[in-house]
Design a protein around this ligand. Structure first.
Ligand code: PMT
Length: 411
């Protein structure tokens, strides 16, 4: 599976002859669907020009930590938050030493300190520099801190020597980077997810709907797939692209979503309800376009089935994760929903407009979640929905696997 599609990748380039290979790497990352922002050290610009990487990445290249223009565009903190992963290729011995010391004396090292995205480095240097005790010590320090170390490989070197210290080839780097997003925590588990709004018809051209874009649910589908799950996504009307290897069932109304979910849920071990399902629908939908005869129009509404409650009440049921969209009393309201609907977990988000009239929760690229379960809670701080989705899937997998273990022990 191509896990790089849509991922935000910072490609750090340090001074080394292997920097020429990073041009090809940028191309291949983009071919895989990644959005790439290149950060070059001064040393790197001696080997290859920023212009090359600007053309290949389609984005301005970042070289300076203290550059007014760059900070006005995308400042270093924003850039650090933007990243799903940072890959430094080539990573020089000097860069490894600075990372091991936690230095922040240029843009690249500062980003590495300021970002909580996974960091991977592809060392590239002369074989004697590589085998030097200082470099090996730095390598071990970085390894212990959880930095992902891609290579180096062994072979002919630009300096004419042969030995260990060559940067991995581009396809190997792409593979290794893609592997960072494959957690395997839900390997082989069938997961059913709902996403998007529902449209409840008033007449052939009008409906009652909501502002859900589907982004949160689609991001969860992608994250669950990357965690190794077999994912079925039941989606209301949405313009989001279907994640690779995810089975998508399109519906329009809450009743259709209910039917699709109840059919699919029998084969599912986990159900995540991220859709913004209409609670009510017009009692009768006119077959003809309504005319504006009167000053007022009354549309009588009736309740839709609560899909989440129906799934939670089914036996034997899956592990059920609901969402709570709230404009106030986030935690209290969410805990009430968790208990009233007998859920295993609930992810609560604030929705509506913020002080600048920007959408929050609904139809925004960002979100923040308060995740609650019977005997625990965790706050997932504001981040892009793709990042939050990976965090939430990890939490779901943890609780799901804990329950499974408990069931085994008590069987
Ligand atoms: O799609 P995006 O633009 O990315 O926005 C994401 C989101 C804000 C829609 C998402 O994060 C979210 O909060 N989804 C749930 C929205 C909602 O309907 O919340 P609720 O508090 O009204 O409902 C509680 C739960 O019951 C939800 O899991 C909902 O899917 C479910 N429900 C509600 C009504 C109904 N008839 N059937 C249901 O299953």
């Amino acid at each position: 599976m191509n896990t790089l599609n849509g991922k935000h990748i910072i490609l750090g380039i340090t001074g080394g002859i292997a920097a020429y290979k990073s041009a090809e790497l940028t191309r291949r990352l983009r071919d895989a669907g990644a959005v790439v922002r290149v950060v070059m050290t001064h040393g790197a610009t001696e080997f290859v020009t920023p212009l090359t990487f600007q053309a290949l990445s389609g984005n301005p290249v970042h070289t300076e930590l203290l550059d007014e223009n760059a900070e006005a565009g995308m400042g270093h903190i924003e850039l650090a938050r933007w990243a799903d992963a940072i890959l430094i290729a080539p990573a020089s011995a000097n860069c490894m030493a600075k990372l091991a010391q936690g230095r922040a004396d240029d843009l690249l090292t500062t980003l590495c300190l300021a970002s909580d995205a996974p960091l991977a480095i592809a060392p590239a240097m002369n074989r004697i520099m590589w085998s030097n005790v200082a470099t090996q010590d730095n390598f071990n320090v970085l390894n212990q801190r959880g930095v992902h170390l891609f290579g180096p490989a062994s072979g002919a070197q630009a300096c004419g020597e042969t030995g260990e210290g060559r940067m991995l080839e581009v396809p190997e780097l792409i593979n290794a980077l893609s592997g960072l997003f494959k957690s395997g925590v839900l390997q082989g588990i069938n997961v059913l997810i709902t996403a998007g709004p529902t449209y409840e018809p008033i007449d052939p051209v009008r409906f009652i709907g909501n502002r859900s874009s589907g982004r949160m649910g689609f991001a969860l589908a992608q994250a669950a797939r990357e965690a190794g799950a077999n994912v079925t996504l039941v989606s209301g009307p949405s313009n989001e692209a279907t994640p690779e290897d995810v089975r998508r069932i399109d519906v329009e109304t809450a009743a259709q979503m209910h039917e699709a979910v109840m059919q699919q849920v029998r084969h599912s071990r986990i159900f995540i309800s991220a859709a913004a399902v209409a609670d009510y629908r017009p009692k009768t939908a006119s077959t003809k376009k309504l005319k504006k005869h009167d000053a007022e129009l009354t549309i009588e509404l009736e309740r839709n089935e609560d899909i989440l409650s129906a799934v939670a009440g089914s036996s034997p049921g899956p592990f059920v994760v609901g969402f709570a969209a709230e404009t106030e009393n986030l935690e209290t309201n969410a805990r009430t929903k968790l208990e009233n609907k007998s859920l295993d977990m609930i992810a609560a988000n604030l929705v509506g407009k913020d002080a600048n009239a920007q959408d929050i929760g609904f139809n925004s690229e960002y979100n923040a979640l308060h995740v609650l379960w019977t005997d625990g809670a965790q706050v997932l701080e504001q981040a892009r929905k793709t990042t939050l989705a990976r965090e939430l899937i990890n939490l779901v997998a943890h609780q799901f696997n804990k329950n499974r273990q408990h069931e085994k022990n008590t069987a």
